[in-house]
Design a binder for this molecule. Structure first.
Ligand SMILES: [Zn+2]
Ligand SMILES: [Zn+2]
Length: 364
């Protein structure tokens, strides 16, 4: 593999270290969060115990810094110690009381998400934090001082309000709900497993809905069922594709042609990254990934569909940025249309529009 030719530039921080080709991730995944031979035994940290009590019982919490409990060999340490380090900074800066617990820090998300069957040990830039009470200055201190932390995101709105676009067009248009990236980079990935193989789906987490793996696999189960009914063989359209998961899994499943679309520009950019990062898993020729429209020239919310990119190899792939009702008239027939709208968003209008263009419409 020639790294110089395959390096993918991060859409957020522009480094070439954030987005690693999926085949390289899968090669190292088994040891990514594991211990090495020099690793110290884990100490048990109660997530409910106030920090000032933790410090009273164990001196390591009194002067916690980036070297505390870090392995000299693999340079990793446990998630709990990294979170305790973040909590000590929050207390120092007056954003949490001394009685705060590890639970009060926020939601930790590992950089490459999969159900790790043991307490993960983390190295540099392997953690993204989603926090409620946080400011930009302290967020920058956290990414500077705690080497595990790659980015700090501030949650906006209710905890259960989905992130990303809700609806487009007509009277029901709604502004996209996104979180704020306060420091560092928020690009992370989730491993998606299916009967057809695995993909590594990258996302700019502050503007992407957080999918818990249980929900994700429910959606994959729908695709697996369609596959066994021989419905995934022809021309498949994934019309609110998000980061591209369902459309790209359809490529793995052997679809002849896949059309990906999203009305929200960050989703289109993430899908483009995922086509590149998973090219070899998908049997796509990296030299045949063609950009038709530079995404930086597009509006955040689409109206008339614009062809952004195409790819070929095992499958013909096209990526659009368009309103999904308008896309139905742009796309001349498909065998299967997948509509993966947010929970609670009425899909009747989308289904009506696609009934004409698709042999089968499935809302997921
Ligand atoms: Zn990045
Ligand atoms: Zn180690």
């Amino acid at each position: 593999m020639n790294a110089a030719n395959t390096a993918i530039v991060c859409p957020r921080c522009e480094s070439e270290e954030c987005v690693i080709p999926a085949e390289d991730i899968f090669e190292s995944l088994h040891s990514m969060y594991g211990a090495c031979r020099s690793c110290m035994p884990e100490i048990s940290v109660s997530k409910q115990m106030p920090f000032d009590q933790l410090a009273r019982f164990n001196p390591i919490f009194r002067d916690i810094d980036d070297t505390t409990m870090r392995c000299p060999g693999c340079k990793k340490r446990s998630l709990d110690i990294a979170i305790a380090h973040v909590l000590s900074i929050l207390i120092r800066e007056g954003l949490r009381a001394g009685g705060a617990t590890l639970f009060d820090v926020g939601t930790p998300m590992i950089a490459i998400g999969y159900p790790v069957p043991f307490p993960p040990r983390l190295g540099r830039n392997m953690l993204i934090l989603i926090m409620d009470a946080i400011d930009k200055k302290t967020a920058e201190m956290i990414t500077d001082e705690v080497s595990e932390v790659k980015g700090v995101i501030q949650r906006k709105g209710r905890a259960d309000q989905p992130v990303g676009i809700l609806n487009t067009g007509g009277d029901c248009a709604s502004a996209p709900h996104t979180y704020d990236l306060l420091s560092g980079c928020d690009v992370r990935a989730d491993v998606v497993s299916s009967a057809f193989g695995e993909l590594c789906i990258y996302k700019t987490q502050s503007d992407t809905h957080i999918e818990f793996s249980r929900l994700g696999s429910d959606k994959i189960a729908v695709l697996e069922s369609l596959y066994y009914q021989r419905k995934l063989e022809g021309r498949v359209a994934d019309v609110c594709c998000g980061a591209g998961t369902l459309g790209l899994v359809s490529v793995l499943a052997g679809a002849r042609e896949v059309i990906l679309n999203d009305a929200f520009l960050p989703a289109v950019k993430n899908t483009l990254i995922n086509i590149r990062a998973n090219a070899s898993m998908l049997g796509l020729d990296p030299a045949e990934i063609k950009i038709h429209t530079d995404p930086s020239e597009l509006k955040t919310i689409a109206d008339t569909p614009v062809l952004v990119a195409t790819a070929s190899g095992s499958c013909d792939l096209s990526l659009y940025h368009g309103d999904l009702v308008d896309l139905a008239t742009t796309i001349n027939r498909c065998d299967l249309c997948l509509i993966d709208a947010f929970m609670g968003v009425p899909t009747d209008g989308f289904v009506r529009a696609w009934k004409e263009a698709a042999t089968m419409v499935v809302t997921i």
